[in-house]
Design a protein. Structure first.
Length: 68
């Protein structure tokens, strides 16, 4: 089990490196993660989607400026 996890984490990071870099930059600018529930992908933004076999990909969290 540990070996599987050891192999999947680097693969995830490599496959999503562009989105992860964009997330890190936005977090440094003050953005925060917000739970939005299952929603379709944002075509204008970076996404790391979840997908269940037989369904369209979706997101559950979105990065956004905190409301004041």
């Amino acid at each position: 089990m540990f070996v599987l996890l050891f192999l999947l984490v680097p693969l995830f990071v490599v496959q999503n490196s562009e989105a992860i870099e964009a997330f890190e930059k936005q977090i440094a600018e003050g953005y925060e993660w917000h739970y939005v529930g299952p929603q379709p992908l944002n075509p204008k933004g970076k996404n790391i989607p979840l997908q269940v076999e037989g369904s369209d990909p979706y997101i559950i969290f979105r990065l956004g400026k905190p409301s004041e």
